[in-house]
Design a protein around this ligand. Structure first.
Ligand SMILES: [Zn+2]
Length: 236
């Protein structure tokens, strides 16, 4: 079976060579006798991979209110500035496995297992944004993280019922005012009491969204809330 699938993949790669999802150059893979492992090389050319900027905690020391620890995979710069909007706003299907690979690569690097989490959760979208976008990008991230950490994935334990102006369209002060803990709700507090939650989102900018959600979860009885984002904007 492995030989057939490897042969088929290699054959398809010759007929329909893959292109880098960022710059569209052709990607060439050496033919090998074993099943090719999916990796960042499957989606990005060497130049674009080189421009990925891994987030390092010394770059900023933003403390988020009510959030214990914050982990981020990459700087929101270079390839990530193209990948995230293409995936989130245009729902380009081929970006889902790339985002999965980026996250797994970031998770293998980070000391994320040090604090013990027992529930992985996503920042929710309001029902109208979810309808418009068709998927919650933070939930996809949470599902990859949950599988990687082998911890349960929460569904609908945190909901957003109020439509607020899109955070990306606001400046820093307005972002903080735009979101308060009243924007989020915990419909079944019994299920989060005493839990150590890892809250996931795509991009951390000011952290106002994560802080507001964390406050809601802690008021509902969560023992601790930490956050993980795929990328992080480093503010001047
Ligand atoms: Zn490229």
């Amino acid at each position: 079976m492995i030989e057939i699938s490897t042969f088929t993949t290699a054959f398809l790669d010759i007929l329909f060579p893959r292109r880098c999802l960022i710059c569209s150059v052709f990607l060439f893979h050496p033919l090998s006798g074993s099943a090719r492992k999916q990796s960042l090389e499957t989606y990005l050319c060497p130049a674009c991979r080189q421009h990925l900027q891994v987030y390092a905690t010394h770059l900023d020391s933003v403390r988020l209110l009510d959030v214990e620890k914050v982990f981020s995979g990459y700087l929101y710069a270079g390839p990530l500035e193209k990948i995230i909007p293409a995936w989130k706003y245009h729902k380009r299907n081929e970006f889902f496995p790339l985002v999965g690979e980026l996250l797994e690569s970031a998770l293998s690097r980070q000391e994320i297992l040090t604090p013990a989490f027992d529930l992985v959760m996503a920042i929710p979208l309001s029902p109208s944004v979810l309808r418009k976008r068709g998927f919650n990008q933070a939930f996809f991230i949470a599902s990859v993280v949950s599988a990687f950490l082998k911890q349960p994935l929460a569904r609908n334990l945190l909901i957003k019922h109020i439509d607020t102006p899109h955070q990306a369209s606001l400046d820093r002060r307005a972002r903080a005012l735009n979101l308060g803990p009243e924007n989020f709700q915990v419909p079944e507090p019994d299920r989060i009491v005493g839990r150590n939650i890892l809250l996931c989102d795509d991009v951390l900018t000011t952290g106002a969204t994560l802080s507001a959600a964390a406050r809601t979860l802690k008021s509902a009885g969560a023992a601790s809330v930490s956050a993980l984002t795929l990328a992080r904007v480093v503010l001047d």
